[in-house]
Write a protein that binds this ligand. Structure first.
Ligand code: SF4
Ligand code: SF4
Length: 211
């Protein structure tokens, strides 16, 4: 029965003028895109799991690093962009260091995170996604990250402010900020980076806004 179904399906796929839809099509496209844009040889992965074993936060990820690489090979874009993994990752590069095939897992996850940030997919770890976006905004404006400005901008995001107010951490974190200010560990003003133009150009290039 199974053979008959496959055979009939195969016949339909070969009808002239009808676009073939193969399971691998989407997978190959996604794989090619990641390999091309991030410059990572995803195909070299043979699923040894060393990256996951080296990762300090894999317990908090719904898709483990080695699985993320496999998902790319299979073209499962949406599952990856909806995962907690891309937001939980610390970019510590332990996975990349331990990979015997030089698969840059950390850069791959970083690339997926940027893809998710520019997509309409609701992030699984909302506050981490907002922090990522805020970090990039601050970096774009001054060419470097001033912690005071970053935290200010982050806490003033309506969702974050309400969440912190609700879970009771706002007061505690404000007091911590004041203590750091008093001790001179936070600077309110820092000069813009001299490389601001290059940084802004890289930012807009990464977003595909300029060539
Ligand atoms: S360590 Fe490298 S080869 Fe092994 S599963 Fe991770 S990415 Fe694949
Ligand atoms: S870069 Fe991310 S995925 Fe890789 S080991 Fe560090 S936290 Fe884990």
């Amino acid at each position: 029965m199974q053979n008959t179904v496959s055979h009939q399906k195969g016949m339909a796929e070969h009808e002239p003028g009808k676009k073939r839809k193969l399971i691998g099509d989407r997978g190959n496209y996604f794989l090619d895109r990641i390999q091309g844009e991030a410059g990572v040889n995803i195909s070299a992965c043979f699923q040894c799991e060393r990256c996951t074993n080296a990762c300090p936060v894999s317990h908090f990820m719904d898709i483990k690093p080695h699985q993320a690489i496999r998902y790319i090979q299979l073209g499962w874009r949406e599952d990856l962009l909806k995962s907690s993994t891309i937001w939980v990752c610390l970019s510590c590069e332990m996975c990349t260091t331990y990979c015997p095939n030089e698969v840059d897992v950390a850069e791959t996850i970083n690339h997926l995170r940027n893809m998710a940030a520019h997509s309409s997919i609701t992030p699984k770890e909302k506050s981490l996604a907002v922090f990522h976006q805020t970090f990039l905004e601050v970096l774009r404006k001054s060419g470097k990250v001033n912690e005071f400005r970053l935290m200010n901008a982050y806490y003033l995001k309506p969702d974050i402010f309400q969440e912190k107010l609700k879970n009771g951490t706002l007061k505690e974190e404000l007091l911590l900020g004041l203590t750091l200010l008093r001790k001179g560990r936070l600077k309110i003003f820092t000069p813009r980076s001299r490389a601001i133009k290059d940084i802004q150009k890289a930012y807009h290039q990464a977003r595909g806004e300029i060539g």
